[in-house]
Design a protein around this ligand. Structure first.
Ligand code: BTN
Length: 252
């Protein structure tokens, strides 16, 4: 069945991801998209909190029922990052970068985060894709000003949430279809790589629960994991954790 977006607008929910998962458990079809004005318990990657005050961000979660080999499911959040990037160009005329695995950044400050979760439902496994875009700088607390930004700050214009959501769903529809096509995984990896300054040759600090190390990025594995070459020439495949840019010189 083709991906058909069906938007459900709510005022305030703990988390649109939790609400979309609840609806998927109850049989919601692929394409159901829960959007809220506010989240009172928004969730981020690595068990972090996602601050979501009223009308300051686009908080949306999409239900997918992918007809994909399981090894391609890890590419869903990367496909989403590529889609958000396209939607920001289309709706807000804003060019952004993608930081591994799926943060959307501009000027090295984060504008959007993506949280993908898989759940088992009575009619099969589903993926819930949560997207949080800072529309105005009221979306994040003042102490995060050095590391976060918003569409309004980046463009000097107040974005239209509905227009951005429509662009986003239309980009998701195209990229999701592409992921299902022949060689779909390779096509999404290629698009991600072409649009991320983090894909190759970026000096980064990798931090995860198990380790912390520095190295140069060397592209993505077929499942979206990041290859990082350390100073001693060893290549480490990173599947979880955070990546931060390191300056290689004072001019960087
Ligand atoms: C990250 O840590 O970067 C991911 C943040 C994801 C936030 C979005 S907002 C809509 C959806 N609902 C949630 O509770 N989280 C995601």
């Amino acid at each position: 069945m083709p991906f058909t977006p069906q938007i459900i607008y709510l005022d305030s929910v703990p988390s649109t991801n939790t609400e979309a998962a609840r609806r998927a458990q109850a049989g919601a079809p692929e394409g159901v998209t829960v959007v809220a004005n506010e989240q009172t318990a928004g969730r981020g990657r690595l068990d972090r909190h996602w601050v979501s005050p009223p009308n300051a961000g686009l908080y949306a979660s999409i239900v997918f029922r992918p007809a994909l080999k399981l090894e391609l499911w890890t590419l869903i959040p990367l496909m989403a990052a590529v889609s958000v990037r396209e939607a920001l160009i289309d709706s807000c005329d804003l060019d952004t970068d993608i930081k591994w695995p799926n943060d959307i950044i501009t000027g090295e400050r984060k504008l959007c985060g993506i949280l993908a979760e898989t759940i088992d439902t009575k009619i099969g496994r589903a993926a819930i894709l949560g997207i949080g875009i800072n529309l105005t700088s009221a979306a994040f607390p003042a102490p995060l000003r050095d590391v976060a930004t918003s569409v309004e700050e980046a463009t000097g214009k107040t974005p239209n949430r509905e227009s951005l959501l429509n662009s986003l769903l239309s980009a998701v529809e195209s990229r999701y279809e592409e992921l299902h096509s022949g060689d779909g995984g390779a096509k999404i990896i290629a698009k991600w790589t072409a649009n991320s300054s983090y894909a190759n040759g970026k000096k980064v600090l990798v931090t995860s629960e198990e380790m912390s190390f520095e190295g140069l990025t060397r592209g993505l594995e077929r499942d979206g994991a990041l290859r990082v070459e350390t100073d001693n020439g060893e290549t480490i495949i990173v599947r979880a954790g955070d990546v931060a840019r390191l300056r290689s010189s004072v001019r960087d």
